[in-house]
Design a binder for this molecule. Structure first.
Ligand code: GSH
Length: 156
């Protein structure tokens, strides 16, 4: 969401593709993991003379703001730039997995979603040895989320 907002605010010519991370679990498809080795959304593909891939939402919005074209998204005074950087970091510290699976109506289904994710990434790790390390990172993340989503201390 924040990447789409930044693209729109900047006034760039962009198009988006929705990646279904719940039903299809498209973030685990090999074509996507090749772009984003952690197998998470979002990913930005920049097409100029060459194609550049940027991952991680905080890095992506900083990248968008740094582009010379379009509207400026940056505050003009240094104090506000400092504040902006702090706010981006603060938002980035939120554990999105916990926000999604522990404090959300999807909690009821999240055990099943995470189990499917673990199974799919283990299967693909065997089928695509060149992407194995990425798939094991995905497996590990989902296993941790399964534990953390019911850990009151972690949620707090
Ligand atoms: N720090 C990363 C976190 C990305 C992240 O965890 N994305 C979640 C959705 S909000 C995801 O793709 N989950 C799918 C999965 O864990 O398999 C960022 O901000 O880009």
């Amino acid at each position: 969401m924040k990447v789409r907002l930044a693209l729109e605010e900047k006034g760039l010519d962009w198009s988006g593709q929705v990646i279904d991370i719940v039903g299809v679990q498209e973030q685990l498809e090999p074509w996507y993991v090749e772009l984003n080795p952690k197998g998470v959304i979002p990913t930005l593909e920049v097409q100029n003379d060459t194609t550049e891939i940027v991952t991680d939402s905080a890095s992506i919005i900083r990248f968008i703001a740094s582009l010379p074209e379009g509207r400026s998204l940056l505050p003009t005074n240094n104090n506000n730039i400092e504040l902006m950087e702090k706010l981006i970091d603060l938002a980035d510290e939120v554990d999105l997995q916990i926000l999604s699976y522990a404090r959300h109506p999807s909690m009821e289904n999240s055990g099943k979603i995470l189990d499917t994710r673990i199974e799919k990434s283990l299967l693909l790790a065997e089928q695509y040895p060149e992407l194995k390390s990425s798939y094991l990172v995905c497996t590990d993340r989902s296993k941790k989320s399964k534990t953390f989503r019911v850990n009151a201390k972690h949620i707090k």
